[in-house]
Design a protein around this ligand. Structure first.
Ligand SMILES: [Zn+2]
Length: 495
């Protein structure tokens, strides 16, 4: 078949009495039709089965998009799916299809409503010459805004193993990267963990897309990406989270508002492989230990001194909680070997630290400091400013009354303005110094350390409360213990 069609909308709607499985069947037929013909397509599938356009939101959207000249054709399993509703609906459908010169494609026929005889099957060969010119013209008028909907890649850096091909404004597969992609996909489908795949690739010396080492997260992102199914997904977000860009606020669209354009570039995985990947990843998430933030006294606070990762805690009750040994692997799979410990031991060391820190602060506070009374300075400066302003007003009045020559007036004015500037900059300085002096107030800190100490020592409080209080005071506890015989060491960073 040779007619000039590139962009197709699939419209799916159940008839009364049909099931979800019928819709799947219809989808399969239409997708097959598009793939065989090499058409890009976007799906519009209705949830309800109403005949009336009023209650078919997807169809209303489709009509709007047709008016925007987005498609060359709409594919349906049979003509009736567009609507057998009242005459008014029928007329609307005809008008939109005719005005936008959009074909209606069914697996058996192609309809062209531009011809007066609506239900006439279009003679495909005769149509070509006439339509070719029209189709090209129509495509050229499609706005730049619709670029993404035409299968052009507008989503930034293409996911591995794709690269951007400027000549077709789309994605092509990089053959060398493709080998790596196939390897990671196969390893994962064979049951390897994301982490083990990352070790494998790193040990093979294959660089990650950013030129460094692979990590489980980067592999997961690539494996679940739907771009690899030949799709481009847009309309996921609108605007920008960037503070300094003058765009709309970031807004996430619901999945049913995403625009998915199929058949845009070469596929590197099948839908079946994709399903298997997704379900494997879901199963893993289910069994991964839940992030038990704040469940233990030291949750989220202890970092490994050798590799910097957070150390895991295993708990039974507060007395028997354990810091698990760190065996976090580096990108090549070599594991860290920080030893574990009893949480109780760390807390004892932490209490000594807190007492020490509190003592130091108390020393500082008791050393008499020459505190400057900025409030008073600010007050007098404001009064001086008021005075100068009055003087300026007076100078103007005297000048208007003819008391000064222009030259003298200017001189007096300049002096006063200089004075005013100086006072205003003094005022700003005092305000800054005042807030700094307040921030340096150690007494507040001492109070907080003391309350952390009290809370830690209180056997009646639960772990969550203790964890919360500690997190207000402490940024992190860096922990070291290399060999069994070594004394553990901690370094505390305060907030
Ligand atoms: Zn470590």
């Amino acid at each position: 078949m040779e007619y000039d069609i590139k962009d197709v909308a699939l419209y799916l709607r159940k008839s009364r009495g049909e099931e979800e499985t019928d819709l799947d069947k219809h989808r399969h037929i239409l997708v097959e039709l598009c793939e065989q013909s090499g058409w890009r397509y976007i799906e519009y599938s209705e949830i309800g089965n109403s005949e009336t356009i009023e209650y078919r939101p997807k169809f209303k959207q489709l009509l709007k998009d047709l008016e925007d000249n987005m498609f060359d054709a709409v594919a349906v399993v049979d003509y009736d799916r567009l609507g057998r509703g009242d005459l008014e609906d029928q007329a609307l459908i005809k008008r939109v299809f005719r005005d936008s010169e959009t074909f209606i494609i069914t697996p058996e026929k192609i309809y062209n409503l531009v011809d007066d005889s609506d239900d006439l099957m279009v003679d495909v060969k005769g149509l070509l010459a006439r339509q070719e010119y029209k189709a090209i013209k129509k495509r050229l008028t499609r706005g730049k805004k619709l670029g993404a909907r035409q299968g052009k890649w507008t989503n930034g850096i293409p996911p591995f193993p794709y690269v951007y091909d400027p000549s077709r404004k789309g994605l092509v597969v990089d053959s060398e990267s493709h080998e790596t992609y196939k390897l990671m996909k196969q390893l994962f489908l064979n049951g390897e963990s994301l982490q083990r795949i990352s070790f494998h690739l790193n040990n093979l010396g294959i660089p990650s897309p950013k030129g460094s080492t692979w990590h489980d997260n980067s592999i997961r992102r690539i494996l679940i990406d739907e771009t690899h199914l030949g799709k481009i997904i847009t309309n996921k977000v609108e605007g920008s989270a960037h503070k300094n860009k003058k765009t709309k606020d970031l807004k996430y669209f619901n999945k049913d508002e995403w625009i998915v354009i199929e058949n845009c570039h070469e596929k590197v995985k099948t839908p079946e492989e994709h399903q298997e990947i997704i379900s494997k990843i879901k199963v893993r998430n289910k069994f991964a230990p839940a992030a038990r933030r704040g469940a233990f006294i030291l949750s989220g606070l202890v970092k490994c001194g050798y590799c910097g990762y957070g150390m895991q805690i295993q708990g039974k009750n507060q007395k028997q909680d354990l810091i698990k040994p760190c065996n976090k692997p580096d990108p090549y799979g070599n594991r860290c070997s920080n030893r574990g410990n009893k949480v109780e031991t760390i807390i004892r060391a932490l209490l000594i630290e807190l007492e020490q820190r509190k003592f130091e602060l108390e020393e500082e506070v008791s050393t008499p400091q020459s505190l400057i009374n900025y409030d008073k300075l600010i007050d007098t400066t404001i009064k001086k400013i008021e005075k100068v302003n009055k003087a300026i007003k007076r100078i103007k009045e005297l000048y208007e009354e003819g008391e000064y020559e222009k030259e003298e007036y200017q001189e007096r004015m300049d002096d006063r303005k200089l004075e005013l500037n100086k006072l205003q900059s003094d005022l700003t300085d005092y305000e800054i110094l005042k807030s700094k002096q307040e921030a340096m107030n150690n007494e507040e800190r001492i109070k907080r350390y003391q309350s952390a100490i009290n809370v830690l020592k209180n056997p009646d409080l639960d772990a969550e409360t203790k964890n919360k209080v500690l997190k207000e005071v402490i940024d992190k506890i860096v922990y070291y213990k290399k060999n069994t015989g070594d004394n553990p060491k901690i370094e505390v960073t305060y907030k």
